[in-house]
Design a binder for this molecule. Structure first.
Ligand code: NAD
Ligand code: UDP
Length: 354
């Protein structure tokens, strides 16, 4: 059986960390990315951390012809599909771009996978598909609903994968629903590199701490939470990367010899799994942890709630433990320490000359 994996979006934040984790346990990887939200520098640094050049193809998941060439020249065990646009605000302004990239792009990828009989997929979904949850912690059977085009695009892909699994039982389609990925590689060489002013909390805090931004706006202090600020399930990107390794191992374990001793894979259909820690941390708790680790004050002010935000969101991580044998190991302290190291060593992210 081949151990080669196609990693779409592998130059991005979560993809680059996952490439390292995959290489560490002996997978061959081919990264396919159009670099629309990443850089060659990320590929170079990931290659250095791995200790050998990564096989990289600059391409778009909507480019069927190029994908065909890639599948024709490699024999893949499966695809880890990170490629996608992820900015909620931008998705509201440019919904067609988001549906085209995230939904049409995934359909094209699936069509080419089917042509080449590669039926193992690990898809990057998000806790955003749960909308405003009725119950906490959120398990995989919770109702799904989204309020913005980014979330809708993830939900649409989930529905497509469900229908695909029904139509053809030879597919194995693991859908990993990430909670709030933060953190960076402990080397400080790769990490999250937002364009412009960050939308997400952790990169915003770290840019305030390093002095690039004046102060943090905390969106609301009147939520029904421990201190009135929003509560989220922050998960270290290193743990998240290991979650993908565990999902691949799970797929490989479904491969058993048939009566003639030939390896045959039992497909698992559509399988959604939360990747979170199961613990909620408030905005103020995160600010305080980051200040302690960095030794910097993080000035903040309370402002109005952000449209579309919910009070609390944290995972039930039981399915990942039961099925994949995976659970998050790293703490909020680890997350802050690694983000701070990445921020200090790379105040301008991958862009050197600012
Ligand atoms: P990222 O932007 O750093 O990485 C995505 C990568 O996909 C980028 O390198 C980008 O250049 C590439 N890409 C985008 N469109 C492409 C296309 N059409 N063809 C080829 N490559 C394309 O984002 P990330 O944080 O690493 O997220 C990875 C995946 O996880 C995304 O699908 C995202 O929606 C999902 N996700 C992320 C988060 C998060 O908070 N970071 C949370 C939940 C889900
Ligand atoms: N948040 C904040 N200020 C910011 C960015 C985020 O107070 O500049 C809050 C936000 O309201 C939410 C939490 O931090 O309660 C996490 O927000 P983020 O955008 O990182 O993740 P998401 O909302 O997608 O879970």
């Amino acid at each position: 059986m081949t151990n080669k994996i196609l990693v779409t979006g592998g130059a991005g934040y979560i993809g680059s960390h996952t490439c390292i984790a995959l290489h560490e346990i002996g997978y061959d990887i081919v990264v396919y990315d159009n670099l629309s939200n990443s850089s060659r520098e990320a590929i170079n640094r990931t290659s250095t951390l791995i200790g050998q050049p990564i096989e990289f193809i600059k391409g778009d998941i909507r480019d069927a012809e190029l994908l065909r060439q890639v599948f024709a020249s490699h024999q893949f065990f499966g695809v880890i599909h990170f490629a996608g646009l992820k900015a909620v605000g931008e998705s509201v302004a440019k919904p067609l771009m988001y549906y085209n990239n995230n939904v049409s792009g995934t359909i094209t990828l699936l069509e080419i996978m089917a042509e080449y009989d590669v039926k193992n997929l690990i898809f990057s979904s998000s806790a955003t598909v749960y909308g405003d949850p009725e119950n906490l912690p959120i398990d995989e059977t919770s109702k799904r609903s989204c309020t913005n085009p980014y979330g809708q695009s993830k939900l649409a892909v989930e529905h497509i994968l469900e229908d695909l699994a029904v139509s053809d039982t030879s597919w194995s389609l693991i859908t990993l629903r990430y909670f709030n990925p933060v953190g960076a590689h402990p080397s400080g060489q790769i990490g999250e590199d937002p364009n412009d002013i960050p939308n997400n909390l952790m990169p915003y805090i770290s840019q305030v701490a390093v002095g690039k931004l004046d102060k943090l706006n905390i969106f609301g202090n009147d939520y029904p939470t421990i201190d009135g600020t929003g509560v989220r399930d922050f998960i270290h990107v290193i743990d998240l990367a290991q979650g993908h390794v565990a999902a691949l191992n799970y797929l490989e374990k479904q491969t058993v010899p048939n009566e003639s001793g030939v390896a045959k894979q039992n497909s698992i259909g559509f399988l959604p799994i939360n990747l979170g820690t199961g613990k909620g941390t408030s905005v103020l708790e995160l600010v305080s942890a980051f200040s302690d680790i960095s030794g910097q004050t993080v000035p903040y002010q309370f402002t109005n709630r952000r449209d579309g935000d919910i009070a609390s969101c944290y995972a039930s991580a039981d399915t990942a433990l039961t099925l994949l044998g995976w659970e998050a190991r790293l703490s909020i302290t680890d997350m802050c320490r690694d983000v701070w190291r990445w921020q200090r060593l790379n105040p301008n992210g991958y862009k050197k000359d600012l």
